[in-house]
Design a protein. Structure first.
Length: 433
């Protein structure tokens, strides 16, 4: 039984030369402990709430029973301060996943509550070692404390609460030490509440082998690796640099003026490792995902609406109090509650194609609970490499089609994972009967 206690503590987030930062942490660490188990093994966790407010744990990307999904009111009662809740499920898929709260999720994640859940495949690729980068984004003042202002309506109508400090595994990164000639499996988890990343690996050619935990055709990114909040990527990196050199990993999603070095790959001066046989396959074993019958699928359109410069206007009075976003003209604000009416009802076993039309001027990483989907087309062009995910990044004015089999009964949230957007209305429910 895994214990996960959520509590407020202080940590040296930005180094020993600065004051400690008051954060929310699982089991005393930011990010929370890395949870690992073999594919197909039963997972049990007892979540303890030592915060001064309600919380839950959502197991992001796992195809699990609805009662274990961690949405307050909709799938479970919120965990009250001083109380606990037991989670138990058997992950069917290997891959890199995420756990985080789904109650007051904008502030609780923005204060540090998140961690990686790794389900290990029985036949992993042959590499020299594995690295995990859990990337989090913080808005800190000069005193190294987390700034107030969560839920700002203006930010909610735009790109969300993007911070001014980025950490990897709970620290402002300096360098990742590597050795010439080694092959690394790198798992990257974007655990930010709003920051989208576009990563470039100077002097290296990363190969993507899985996205959102689901294996894909091994391929190099088209220029940069795009990861929205809650998205994950598994890469294989051959360290082809020279001993003693350094190479930046750069994030320039928000343009050249705001580009920064996320971390440097720093080669030690040891001699290059011997060359490995090039025939070693990078393809991961497939997960037991049901593939949708596209010829016989139901088709449904979901229009993402609102926001600053959107077709519904920033204030969107017709959307209700606190709402600046909508899906098909309907807004659901907050994190989840009992009795949320479904926008779409599917019979179990139905193949479904969702057409996501982004009518807004902003990017949206759209996440479906309890299922994985295949990303089919972008603006009518087929997506290569057999890409699957639980979160798909939709550009402004873009149309994306995803297909899945509604094989998991229950009421499942479908929402933007820029948490400001979700809290301000960009959320709905898909019911599988």
């Amino acid at each position: 039984m895994q214990r996960l206690a959520a509590a407020s503590i202080k940590l040296p987030l930005v180094g020993d030369d600065h004051p400690t930062t008051a954060v929310f942490a699982y089991d005393g660490s930011v990010p929370g402990p890395v949870l690992r188990l073999p594919q197909g093994q039963v997972f049990k966790a007892r979540a303890e709430n030592r915060l001064g407010e309600d919380t839950t744990v959502h197991w992001h990307g796992i195809r699990l029973p609805n009662a274990m999904d961690g949405v307050p009111g909709l799938t479970q009662p919120p965990i009250k301060p001083g109380a606990s809740f037991g989670y138990e499920f058997t992950p069917p898929d290997a891959g890199t996943f995420l756990y985080h709260p789904h109650d007051d999720s904008l502030e609780q994640m923005g204060r540090g509550l998140a961690g990686a859940l790794i389900i290990e495949e029985p036949e992993p690729p042959v590499v020299d070692r594995e690295l995990l980068w859990v990337v989090q984004d913080w808005r800190l003042g000069r005193d190294a404390q987390i700034a107030a202002g969560f839920g700002n309506r203006m930010e909610a109508a735009m790109a969300g609460r993007v911070g001014n400090t980025v950490t990897i595994n709970g620290q402002v990164p300096d360098a990742t030490l590597v050795r010439a000639g080694e092959r690394i499996r790198l798992r990257i988890v974007n655990a930010a509440t709003a920051r989208i990343m576009a990563l470039s690996f100077a002097g290296h050619q990363p190969v993507v082998v899985a996205l959102d935990g689901q294996p894909c055709d091994p391929h190099m990114p088209n220029g940069r690796l795009l990861l929205g909040p809650a998205m994950r990527a598994d890469l294989v990196l051959d360290m082809d640099g020279e001993p003693g050199t350094t190479h930046p990993v750069t994030d320039d999603f928000y343009g050249a003026r705001l580009a920064y070095t996320l971390v440097e790959l720093a080669y030690d001066r040891a001699p290059r490792l011997p060359a490995r046989p090039q025939a070693a396959s990078l393809r991961l074993p497939p997960n037991p995902l049901p593939r949708p019958d596209l010829a016989g699928a139901e088709h449904h359109v979901m229009r993402l609406q609102g926001g600053m410069m959107g077709d519904m206007g920033m204030m969107g009075g017709m959307m209700g109090a606190g709402a600046v976003w909508a899906i098909n003209g309907k807004s659901m604000t907050g994190d989840g509650e009992a009795g949320m009416p479904p926008l779409l009802t599917l019979r179990r076993g139905t193949s479904c194609v969702l057409t996501l039309k982004n009518d807004t001027a902003w990017w949206h990483p759209m996440h479906l609970h309890g299922h994985s989907f295949r990303v089919l087309t972008r603006n009518g062009v087929a997506v290569p490499h057999d890409i699957w995910g639980d979160t798909v990044l939709v550009e402004p004015r873009e149309t994306v089609e995803v297909g899945f089999v509604a094989d998991n009964p229950g009421d499942w949230l479908f929402h933007c994972h820029i948490m400001d957007h979700q809290m301000a209305g960009l959320m709905t429910v898909i019911r599988v009967t």
